[in-house]
Design a protein around this ligand. Structure first.
Ligand code: HEC
Ligand code: HEC
Ligand code: HEC
Ligand code: HEC
Ligand code: HEC
Ligand code: HEC
Ligand code: HEC
Ligand code: HEC
Length: 463
């Protein structure tokens, strides 16, 4: 259980205190002690605050917005957390719960370096004294890095293996094909929105214009993919997680749960603003059954989940929209893909959910299914059914060189016109169901409707 997180220092850190610090920094010398960052029981002082670390209160003078947001996060209270369980001076714990413990100029104790209590700016940006004393010198500005290793310095080990588990996921590296193009200076503004953390950070989070050749010559392993800071706001509580307890927030950048009304226009199916956190990237890219080049991209999970499919303007629906039976899973995608469990023992290790692999323990833990075994059994039955129906369609379509997309070895673009609309609809339905990757799990009945429609068309064609 967590302690009650009400904290006095939020009120102690008043605008008056802020401006006193500001005036002092103008003169650079002889600052009064920084405002307290500890809990109500400490009598912290800062006589030892003479090294390379200066503490978040100093940053607040100029970066007050970020500071005020950060002050509300659990990072700011990380030493209080240790103290609440009597571990406030355990040297094993302090490196991850304070600034610079064990390093020169870092946290020692509340009595001498209170301003360095908790996880602060300088844990992620490095020591700030040189910058604070020379704000105009660009070469001394603290680095900003969205690399997962920044967070992984602490979010690691048997109690919270977020970093290790994330590293095993597809999110940890940029998919090969786009990575090669980025390194050649191509396609960044197109594919980078979902495949490049570097692009996403600059273009979407900072709102900058990023040239396509921004990653020209960068080695594949030095590119950031979907790193921690792409999903998490490093500075602020956001209120985007529906199920938190004990003062937690998770600092998610986008809502974990969203329930858009199904829509079948290309404009809507490709619009990330309609979807939840995962749907920012796991949404369709707008190909319809009239597209000849490629099948729908492997990213249509949020659309299938919502029960929608892009269709060409002024054409009839291939299947009616149908909201998923799984739409009300309490944390939506995370319910199945991010099951979490605390560390109990070597035999029952912590599960951070950050490998994003489906764990059927989540199906039972969420209260939706009677047991993990029951959920597992239903999953196998469903996937077997859907795989069987997909295989059947493929068999009936026959020789792929007659009906496939250009990129999949079908007829070249100029000969695609010879393929009938009916066959184009069937191949689209087939790939829309297949490339979702869940074999029906995201929206069982909607996928059944798709395969039924494909079956009907093939039957009408005598295939
Ligand atoms: C006296 C004012 C002042 C103080 C104190 C100060 N900064 Fe800055 N900081 C600036 C200015 C000015 C810039 C450059 C303009 C900008 O990018 O906002 C800057 C830039 C930065 C940047 C780079 C921003 C970017 O977009 O490239 C970071 C990171 C940063 N500061 C962190 C800190 C941290 C951490 C502290 C406390 C250890 C701190 N600053 C204290 C004034 C200050
Ligand atoms: C390797 C860095 C690291 C070390 C060393 C470390 N912690 Fe933590 N601690 C963390 C991180 C990261 C979290 C946040 C976990 C989360 O929210 O997933 C945390 C959270 C906690 C929490 C809040 C409850 C929880 O698990 O979320 C407690 C209590 C805690 N640590 C106690 C300790 C104690 C006691 C020690 C020393 C015996 C210690 N920690 C050592 C990184 C560390
Ligand atoms: C948990 C790690 C972490 C902490 C703590 C943290 N930052 Fe950051 N900061 C980042 C990352 C990652 C980015 C880039 C992503 C972003 O902008 O959201 C960033 C971006 C920035 C930027 C540039 C973008 C902007 O919003 O202006 C500034 C300035 C900055 N941080 C200052 C601070 C200050 C000041 C503090 C302490 C009050 C702080 N940071 C605490 C990780 C952190
Ligand atoms: C210096 C160690 C350290 C670093 C670096 C660090 N964290 Fe943490 N983080 C912690 C600790 C310790 C806690 C637990 C604080 C507590 O509960 O008292 C925590 C808690 C969290 C939480 C839980 C917040 C909540 O409301 O439940 C999130 C999310 C988080 N960190 C994300 C990040 C991200 C993203 C980064 C990198 C941008 C990062 N952290 C960098 C140590 C660190
Ligand atoms: C910033 C874009 C982005 C966001 C946000 C995102 N993903 Fe992904 N995801 C990707 C990309 C790109 C891949 C493909 C990686 C590859 O194939 O190399 C991927 C792959 C996956 C995979 C395939 C398995 C694997 O490890 O390769 C799963 C499952 C997954 N994501 C689930 C999720 C879930 C659940 C969320 C929300 C918690 C989420 N994703 C959020 C971009 C994103
Ligand atoms: C709307 C977000 C988004 C955009 C834009 C995007 N992708 Fe993807 N892409 C994804 C997601 C999400 C996955 C992973 C799905 C999974 O693992 O099931 C993926 C998977 C892939 C894969 C692996 C699966 C496969 O098809 O073999 C490749 C290759 C790929 N994308 C290439 C590209 C290229 C090249 C571009 C630009 C022309 C691009 N993507 C644009 C989201 C996107
Ligand atoms: C694709 C999006 C995504 C990425 C990438 C991601 N997270 Fe998370 N993270 C989430 C979501 C969603 C939750 C909330 C899960 C829930 O509701 O149970 C979460 C929860 C957390 C929590 C709080 C719960 C816990 O595990 O204690 C921490 C801490 C955290 N993430 C740290 C990290 C770190 C560190 C990284 C990088 C190594 C990272 N995350 C990468 C989406 C992401
Ligand atoms: C009810 C549980 C459930 C929910 C909710 C759910 N998924 Fe899945 N997802 C699955 C299952 C089961 C699979 C198939 C995994 C397998 O067979 O290994 C899967 C497969 C995937 C894949 C393909 C994995 C791969 O290896 O290529 C991606 C990507 C994915 N889901 C993303 C999402 C996203 C994004 C959401 C939310 C919009 C979501 N899922 C919601 C259960 C779920």
């Amino acid at each position: 259980m967590r302690r009650n997180r009400s904290s006095i220092w939020r009120t102690a850190w008043t605008p008056a205190a802020a401006s006193a610090t500001a005036v002092c920094l103008m003169a650079i010398i002889g600052c009064p002690p920084a405002p307290p960052t500890g809990n109500e029981n400490d009598n912290g002082g800062d006589s030892g605050l003479t090294g390379k670390f200066v503490g978040a209160a100093r940053c607040a003078e100029c970066h007050s917005g970020i500071h005020d947001d950060w002050a509300e996060t659990l990072h700011a209270e990380a030493l209080d957390t240790l103290e609440a369980i009597g571990q406030g001076s355990n040297a094993v714990c302090l490196p991850c719960h304070t600034v610079g413990f064990g390093e020169e100029g870092g946290f020692v104790d509340r009595a001498t370096t209170n301003a360095l209590a908790g996880v602060q700016c300088e844990n992620c940006h490095g020591p700030g004294r040189d910058h604070v004393e020379n704000v105009n010198d660009e070469s001394l500005r603290p680095p900003i890095s969205i690399a997962a290793s920044v967070c992984g310095a602490c979010h690691t080990g048997e109690h919270h293996p977020n970093f290790e588990q994330w590293e095993t996921s597809g999110h940890a590296s940029v998919t090969d094909t786009p990575a090669e193009e980025f390194a050649e200076g191509l396609a960044l503004n197109n594919c980078g929105t979902c495949h490049s953390g570097d692009f996403r950070y600059l273009a979407l989070i900072r709102g900058e214009t990023v040239p396509d050749d921004y990653l020209l010559g960068v080695a594949h392993e030095d590119m950031n993919a979907v790193t921690c800071a792409i999903c998490h706001d490093p500075h602020a509580r956001t209120g985007n997680a529906p199920l938190t307890e004990d003062g937690r927030d998770y600092q998610l950048r986008y809502p974990e749960v969203a329930n858009p009304t199904p829509s079948n226009t290309v404009e809507d199916t490709t619009n990330p603003e309609r979807f939840n956190l995962c749907g920012q990237c796991h949404h369709d890219r707008g190909r319809t059954w009239q597209t000849n080049s490629r099948p729908p991209h492997h990213s249509n999970q949020a659309n299938v989940y919502v029960g929608e499919m892009p269709i060409p303007e002024d054409t009839d629906l291939l299947v009616f929209s149908r909201v998923s039976v799984h739409a009300s899973a309490p944390e939506q995608c995370a319910t199945c893909h991010m099951y979490r469990q605390d560390f109990e023992s070597e035999e029952a290790p912590a599960i951070s959910g950050h490998d994003f692999q489906v764990n059927t323990a989540g199906c039972a833990n969420s209260g939706c299914h009677a047991s993990q075994a029951e959920a597992e059994a239903r999953l196998v039955t469903l996937q077997t059914e859907i795989q069987g129906r997909l295989d059947d369609i493929l068999t009936r379509l026959g020789d792929p060189t007659t009906w496939e997309y250009v990129a999949n070895g079908g007829p070249p673009e100029e000969e695609q016109a010879a393929i009938s609309n009916e066959i184009k609809q069937v191949r689209f339905l087939y790939y829309y169901a297949l490339n979702d990757g869940s074999l029906g799990m995201h929206n069982p009945d909607y996928v059944r409707d798709m395969l039924e429609k494909a079956d009907e068309i093939l039957t009408d064609l005598g295939l």
